[in-house]
Structure formats: C-alpha cells, structure tokens
Design a protein around this ligand. Structure first.
Ligand code: ZN
Length: 269
C-alpha cells in the first residue's frame, strides 16, 4: 500500500507536469472506485491546474474553483504518459492536459477520484485528519501534547491518523527505532525529551524515504515510472531475527493492532 512518502514522491513527480496546464479532456473508464467518481469530474475540461498539494495520503489538484481529490488506495499508481497511449485493463481514469495525460491505474479499485468545490480542508475525508508529520506543526511540544491521555502503545498512537496523519506501519517501526523508544510503551508515558527525539525521528524517517524515492514493497510505480528502492535500507522493518544495525542484537517481531512491529530490544527502551 502506498504510504505517505510514496504519495509525496508521486506529488513531486506529477506537479511539474500539471501545474499551469489546461485540462483538455477527462476520461472515466470505471466509475466504481472506492467511492463512485462524481459526474462533476467529467466537466473539468477548460480549467487550468493551479498546483498539486497533499494532505495525508490524498493528492489535491487545485483547479481554481475546486479540487480534484485523488487517493491511491491499496494498489493505485499515477503516471504521466503521452496522449493516445492505449489504456490497459486497470487504467480507470485519465486527466488529459494537452500533450500529456495523467493516468490512474488501480487493479484493486480502493483508490479514489473525487471533486469538491468547497474549501478542500473541510471535505469529510480530510477534516478529521491529524497533524502533518513533515510540517512545522509537528514539533516536540505538539507531539508531547498529543500523547497526553493516550493509554495505548506508542506504535499504535503513531499510526492513529486522527493524531498524526500518514505514519504507516513501516515508518512507525522505523521512527521508534531512530528515537530509541520501545514500541510497546504507553504513549502517555512519553517524556518531553522522548517527544523531541520522536518528532525528529518521524521527520528524518519520512524525509529519507522520500529522498530514496519512496519505499514500497509492491504495486507502486513512481510518477516518473521508477519503482521505489527504499526496502533494502530499513533499520528494523521486516528484519526479524537479523542483527540490529547498531548493536547486533537480533531484531524482534511482535504484533500490535494486527500489524507486525519490529524493534531492537536493546536499543529501544
Ligand atoms: Zn540494537
């Protein structure tokens, strides 16, 4: 499943191809995605794309009088291709911008193509999202505040998108290793110093993944068509039984909230 770094890599890849260009046509081959593609999407031709931003794992294409909201779901990918490129079986949506086409491929159809002409941050899918981890809004103080009263394990706190958005399973394990925090520790026991380390670790982890082109274990192709190659660089993720890269202690795997967590029992307290 594409996580925040993959979505951000996709955004950076797409934005130069879209910004400033006029939408010349829209093609919806399969309107039944996670939610039905609204009819308004079909009448976007003539609008100029102002830019492409991101909120959590949603890509927001600013069309002036509204936003196209795109989500990659479990298996979606977006690419920019030349017009006239034949559509394959899972190519459900095209946004044509003159001499180039933004195409969504999504075999499992958990992705989304939506439209809103209201203030985009008030859209029901976006309004409840937590703090953006890469923004200045997530700092030591804010992270410390967010953990107050949160009784469950810090790993589950990190993955709660109503608190912090877009730190998925892989990056939660990686961030906690970098911060030296045991993933089983109750979030509310995070110290101010721990919050400072963790805020930095989250940003460092996500930035490293973005720099590496996004990680993804399957189904993701970046906007320029390059598969991510982050998977060989994990500190702990998917390394059960292998020696810790810092202290050589075997990495442990446990299950939290039905998801695998990986950590070093010596480096993380
Ligand atoms: Zn270690």
């Amino acid at each position: 499943m594409p996580e925040l770094p993959e979505v951000e890599v996709t955004r950076r890849g797409l934005a130069p191809h879209l910004a400033g260009r006029v939408i010349s046509a829209v093609e919806v081959r399969q309107p039944q995605l996670r939610w039905p593609v609204p009819k308004a999407v079909l009448s976007l031709a003539g609008r100029t794309v102002r830019g492409v931003t991101r909120r959590g794992k949603y890509l927001l294409v600013d069309c002036g009088d509204g936003h196209l909201i795109l989500h990659l779901g479990m298996s979606g990918s977006l690419r920019v291709i030349p017009p006239g490129t034949p559509a394959e079986k899972h190519d459900h949506f095209d946004l044509v911008l003159g001499d180039r086409v933004l195409r969504l491929r999504d075999p499992r159809r958990f992705g989304a193509v939506l439209w809103t002409s209201d203030a985009v941050e008030t859209h029901p899918l976006l309004a409840g999202l937590g703090v953006e981890p890469l923004s200045q809004a997530l700092n030591a103080t804010r992270l410390y505040q967010l953990t107050r009263g949160y009784r469950t394990a810090i790993k589950l706190f990190l993955m709660d998108g109503r608190r912090i958005v877009g730190v998925g399973n892989i990056y939660a394990s990686e961030s906690l290793f970098r911060a030296g925090i045991d993933p089983r520790k109750p979030a509310k026991r995070t110290t101010p110093e721990g919050a400072m380390k963790l805020a930095k670790a989250i940003k460092d982890t996500l930035r490293a993944a973005i720099k590496a082109g996004g990680s993804t274990l399957r189904d993701f192709v970046g906007a320029e068509g390059n598969a991510g190659y982050m998977q060989n660089r994990f500190w702990v993720y998917d390394r059960a039984g292998k020696p810790c890269r810092r202290c050589r202690t075997p990495i442990k795997r446990i299950v939290q909230g039905q998801r695998s967590t990986y950590f070093c029992p010596r480096c993380q307290k």
